[in-house]
Ligand binder design. Structure first.
Ligand SMILES: C[S@@+](CC[C@H](N)C(=O)[O-])C[C@H]1O[C@@H](n2cnc3c(N)ncnc32)[C@H](O)[C@@H]1O
Length: 252
């Protein structure tokens, strides 16, 4: 009996090991593809390359994660998935501007909602496993309301955008967003991520896209996503964008 249990456990362990190894190899391959794509954009900037250069000074996001948003919007247009585009965590507005510009480029007429304090990151809570590190970021990543509005205006996307100022905890639960095609979660902390999932996920159309920016970077965002997925029994394929970004398609 003892030998039997041990061999079963060994099998389980080696199964886990091979799964982790396969995942690592897939992620390494994705990093390599990202580098090749960046090189191609550099030599001959295509549609994404041009927009990337425009928004880059106003975004903290990596090229791979911005490309995730851009490719996501193209896919939504091709698959004709209904709904608005929503970003929770906008800072200086670079990614939101990309969403607006990509939407125009794809000749989509979608409303875009951006939620932020416009006063920088609120404090993390004890639900953030890396609280001590996170605490040092309080008030950082600030993009002022007028400054962000001015950027949207200069880039010609202001008309489609509704800017909602305040803590997600106060604004998101009562927001008048009806249906969402693309939900971008970039609020870093556990509470910030959880409140958005709790109130916005059900509004995402089946086939719509959810992208989470801080999965690899902040433990609170990762914890919130997994708790939410477990509570809802969600079995989704979390696509690796880069060390921090993940994206999935809402099933159904
Ligand atoms: C990393 S920045 C977003 C970066 C942005 N997407 C870009 O393209 O550079 C995180 C933003 O989330 C906002 N934020 C985080 N938690 C929030 C909350 N609970 N309520 C409102 N805004 C929040 C912060 O104010 C900050 O602007």
């Amino acid at each position: 009996m003892m030998a039997c249990v041990t061999s079963f456990e060994n099998e389980k362990l080696s199964d886990e090991y091979f799964k982790a190894e396969r995942k690592l190899q897939r992620n390494r391959w994705a990093d390599f593809v990202n580098r090749v794509k960046a090189l191609c954009d550099h030599v001959a900037p295509g549609n994404f390359g041009g927009l990337y250069e425009t928004v880059r000074p106003y975004s903290m996001m990596s090229r791979a994660r911005l490309r995730g948003i851009y490719d996501g919007i193209r896919g939504l247009a091709q698959r004709d998935i209904p709904g608005d585009f929503v970003e929770c965590g906008t800072a200086k507005g670079g990614c939101a501007a990309l969403m607006g510009l990509a939407s125009k480029q794809q000749q989509l007429s979608r409303s875009l909602w951006v939620f932020d304090t416009f006063e920088g990151l609120p404090p993390p809570t004890k639900d953030d496993p890396d609280f001590d590190l996170a605490k040092a970021w309080e008030g950082e990543c600030r993009g002022g309301y007028d400054e962000v509005q001015d950027l949207f205006d200069r880039l010609g996307v202001l008309e489609e955008i509704t800017m909602v100022k305040g803590l997600f905890q106060d604004t998101v639960p009562t927001a008048e967003v009806r249906q969402i095609a693309l939900l971008h979660l970039d609020g870093d902390w556990y509470d910030s991520t959880m409140v958005c999932l709790a109130h916005l996920y059900d509004k995402v159309s089946p086939g719509g896209i959810v992208q989470i920016d801080d999965y690899g970077h902040w433990a609170g965002a990762r914890k919130a996503l997994h708790e939410f997925m477990d509570a809802r029994n969600l079995d989704v394929d979390l696509r690796y964008l880069d060390y921090s970004g993940r994206q999935f398609v809402k099933p159904g």
